[in-house]
Write a protein of this length. Structure first.
Length: 216
């Protein structure tokens, strides 16, 4: 099973993808995570992407399509993949179609997480994650069971906030989503594989709604 989780920044894509990884053994393909790793490693791609990401703008299609193409060459995608944060533009959606056709793969579901935009700033400015294992948390909606200790890997003092998770950048990211990403939905609707779910429900309920779609 290969799926895309679509939705604005803070909609819950990463949270839901990580559950699917743990419970279904699927692999999460997050262009945001790959780009952040490139920035941290100070690679050529990382150097080109850093300022764009800090400003909340989209990295060029050429860079992200290249990243995704390389990632799709790895054998673990046979376990089924979840695209989280890609595609984000019409050119990326078209590139994805071509890449998947070349590899003999298809998309089974596009799941759109529908959220109330006013809540996204709150979701994103309260977000933090474990730098050891990537587990995601929130100041109010998903606190670790023991403060300063990661529920998933047990690391202590490993929580980090992203530099782009501030209000001004979030507003730019939302504007990018509205103008460049939301318009790709009709492209997938024409294929008849789009499902919409309420991303404002509690995390467990969103997970249950995704399961119901995958079981269909
Ligand atoms: P995205 O990957 O779409 O940007 P995340 O999965 O990182 O979004 O979620 C953004 C923040 O909101 C995180 O701090 C996460 O813990 C929290 N969150 C995710 N889903 C929900 C939900 N259904 N209800 C409340 N908070 C949520
Ligand atoms: P979120 O889901 O919280 O918006 P991501 O981790 O998916 O954040 O992306 C963080 C940043 O990385 C984006 O604001 C953008 O600069 C860059 N990025 C990630 N994926 C893409 C993509 N598919 N196309 C262009 N830029 C991307
Ligand atoms: Zn951890």
């Amino acid at each position: 099973m290969n799926i895309i989780l679509l939705g604005p920044p803070g909609a819950g894509k990463g949270t839901q993808a990580s559950r699917l990884v743990h419970e279904r053994g699927m692999v999460q393909l997050s262009t945001g995570d790959i780009l952040r790793a490139a920035v941290a490693a100070e690679t050529e791609v990382g150097r080109r992407a850093k300022a764009v990401m800090d400003a909340g703008e989209l990295v060029s299609d050429e860079i992200v399509n290249g990243i995704l193409s390389t990632r799709l060459d790895e054998p673990d995608i046979e376990q089924g993949f979840i695209l989280d944060g890609y595609p984000r533009t019409a050119a990326q959606a078209e590139a994805l179609d071509r890449l998947l056709a070349e590899k003999g793969k298809k998309l089974d579901h596009i799941i759109e997480l529908c959220v109330d935009e006013d809540s996204l700033v709150d979701r994103i400015t309260g977000r933090f994650s474990c730098c050891k294992c990537g587990a995601g948390y929130h100041d109010r909606y998903k606190l670790p069971k023991i403060p300063e200790l990661c529920d998933v890997c047990g690391a202590e003092d490993s929580f980090r906030r992203r530099p782009d998770d501030n209000e001004q950048t979030v507003r730019n990211r939302l504007a990018e989503y509205r103008s460049k990403t939301a318009p790709i939905l009709p492209f997938y609707e024409a294929k008849g594989i789009v499902s919409r779910i309420d991303g404002m429900a509690p995390i467990a309920q969103v997970s249950a709604a995704i399961e119901a779609i995958l079981e269909r």
